[in-house]
Unconditional design. Structure first.
Length: 312
């Protein structure tokens, strides 16, 4: 019997908020778990309103939602985990992978990876919330790819449900080549179920990774799903990418537009939001038309170029 792998939707700051997740799951299937973009503690031990809205159960329709937290200390870990407990969550993901310098410079996200003692204190905090099942999303290291291997003894002893490893360093951010070979060293020694993450944007690429690392629990997809929302379906149900319905993708983008229009109200903010998705969506579409769409100043102009893109 062919092994069934899970497909998780990565948390992407600025993209995969509750509105996007809700619309996505109405049109596309194949996702076993969704993650919220990270929740963090601000000065004064308060939370951002947008984070509270994003994890509010009343706002979320998706099944298998896992909030992601960004702690830099045991105190912050406790505040974040307690918030999720109050909101009724029994799962959480610990972010050790955010590559943005402003975050990493505070020893958060991937910036924590060079500090094993700090990682150890965070992992020890997991035991103080036995009612919540924790996972970890991380990178190979901040600048040294060996850092993930140095942390394995700590992670292996922690009661985690799984680990997701992005096969880049934090300093690379999303540029340069991934390193499946270094991922392989981690894969062979990791005692937890493991997910591969990083530059998986086609059925072929995903199949190659699953063949190379057959004991994986699954894969996490991010920008690949922003480009092709049907990617998870194509993998799970062996659908042809070439035959996927263009009309469904059009309906998806129209529904997304209407949902953000009702929420954001302001035309300029709405345009900015929708244009951000077109940075990734339909990468093979007419580049000339996509450039014109990005320059649209009015909703009517935006809609005109959307029509032209789908007719091209």
């Amino acid at each position: 019997m062919e092994k069934e792998y899970e497909i998780h939707f990565a948390p992407l700051q600025g993209y995969t908020d509750w509105i996007y997740r809700n619309i996505f799951t109405r049109f596309f299937k194949g996702i076993d778990a969704y993650y919220t973009p990270f929740i963090r503690v601000e000065k004064g031990n308060v939370f951002r309103n947008r984070d509270l809205r994003d994890i509010d159960p009343a706002n979320n329709e998706v099944v298998g939602l896992i909030p992601q937290i960004l702690p830099s200390s045991t105190e912050e870990f406790g505040l974040l985990a307690a918030l999720l407990r109050v909101k009724g969550y029994s799962r959480a993901d610990i972010n050790l992978g955010c590559p943005f310098p402003l975050i990493a410079g505070q020893k958060k996200g991937a910036g924590m990876l060079p500090y094993p003692d700090l990682v150890r204190t965070i992992m020890e905090s997991v035991a103080t919330f036995p009612d919540i099942r924790f996972s970890v999303k991380m990178r190979l290291g901040w600048s040294d790819k060996q850092e993930c291997l140095n942390l394995l003894p700590i992670l292996n002893e922690c009661p985690l449900t799984h680990i997701t490893l992005h096969a880049r360093t934090g300093k690379q951010q999303y540029k340069g080549e991934t390193d499946p070979e270094m991922f392989g060293y981690f894969y062979r020694e990791c005692r937890h179920p493991l997910f591969y993450n990083g530059d998986l944007d086609s059925v072929h690429q995903i199949q190659m990774i699953l063949q190379r690392f057959p004991e994986l629990k699954g894969v996490m997809l991010g920008r690949g799903l922003l480009s092709n929302p049907a990617l998870a379906e194509n993998v799970k149900y062996h659908c042809s990418e070439a035959t996927d319905s263009v009309s469904r993708k059009r309906d998806f983008m129209d529904a997304l537009f209407l949902a953000y229009r009702d929420y954001l109200k302001d035309e300029r903010v709405l345009l900015q939001k929708m244009k951000s998705y077109w940075d990734y969506f339909l990468p093979d579409a007419d580049r000339r038309l996509k450039k014109k769409l990005q320059k649209a100043k009015k909703i009517t102009d935006y809609q005109e170029f959307v029509n032209l893109i789908f007719k091209a």
